[in-house]
Design a protein around this ligand. Structure first.
Ligand SMILES: [Zn+2]
Length: 219
């Protein structure tokens, strides 16, 4: 599996330092389960963060500290092939472990909510009220109405693919969109696109028709 679209280093840094909220962290953790590149990056960030903490103690500021950091970086550079522990298969979808902790059971037992236009959503309960996580299922070949964002939107592809002006996104790819991106994602022709979408504000649709149906769709 080749993951080509990654979260920004700023988000990874917030995740590693523990300042990222629960719902965003679910998106990053799920991406990490699918992305060896970002697992290495977060390993490096953790090592640097640990050494910065050590550096606070004057007695620890020795040449040995650098050697220990390099040793840790070497460890984290080792390939980590342990992707998708305890995979769950349902409707040809394999959920990464962080998501399984929230969904907890076979997808076949979960109630997808109809969004209209052939699309479905599955809201994921977290402790946060101001950030929403959901699984979205977009039918093959169908577009999502063109929209911009009031806040931040993370979209992580779990199955199938979608494309917009910024490229094509497949399993493991994560798109980080904010109010500078106006796009119309379209699901690939071959299969439905299932993705984890995390938002902190309602989307802002371009077309009047989409804006009218938005409250009914709950997006
Ligand atoms: Zn990545």
């Amino acid at each position: 599996m080749n993951v080509n679209h990654h979260p920004s280093e700023a988000l990874l840094l917030d995740y590693v330092s523990g300042t990222l909220g629960e719902t965003w962290s679910l998106g990053i953790a799920t991406h990490l389960a699918l992305c060896p590149t970002c697992r290495r990056t977060t390993g490096v960030l953790e090592a640097i963060g640990g050494d910065m903490l050590e550096a606070i103690e004057p007695a620890q500021m020795t040449d040995g500290a650098t050697a220990r950091m390099m040793a840790r970086l070497d460890v984290n550079d080792e390939p980590d092939d342990a992707v998708d522990p305890a995979p769950l298969r349902s409707e040809s979808l394999v959920l990464p472990q962080p998501l399984l902790g929230y969904l907890g059971k076979d997808l076949a037992d979960l109630k997808w909510q109809r969004l209209g236009m052939g699309a479905f959503q599955l809201l994921i309960q977290t402790q946060e009220k101001d950030v929403t996580a959901r699984l979205l299922r977009i039918p093959a070949g169908r577009p999502v109405p063109e929209h911009t964002h009031r806040g931040l939107e993370l979209t992580l592809i779990l199955s199938g693919e979608f494309s917009d002006t910024t490229g094509t996104y497949k399993r493991g790819d994560l798109q980080e969109a904010d109010d500078t991106l106006e796009h119309q994602p379209c699901a690939g022709q071959d299969e439905d696109c299932i993705c984890l979408a995390i938002t902190d504000a309602p989307l802002k649709f371009r077309s009047l028709a989409a804006r009218i149906v938005q409250p009914m769709l709950g997006i």
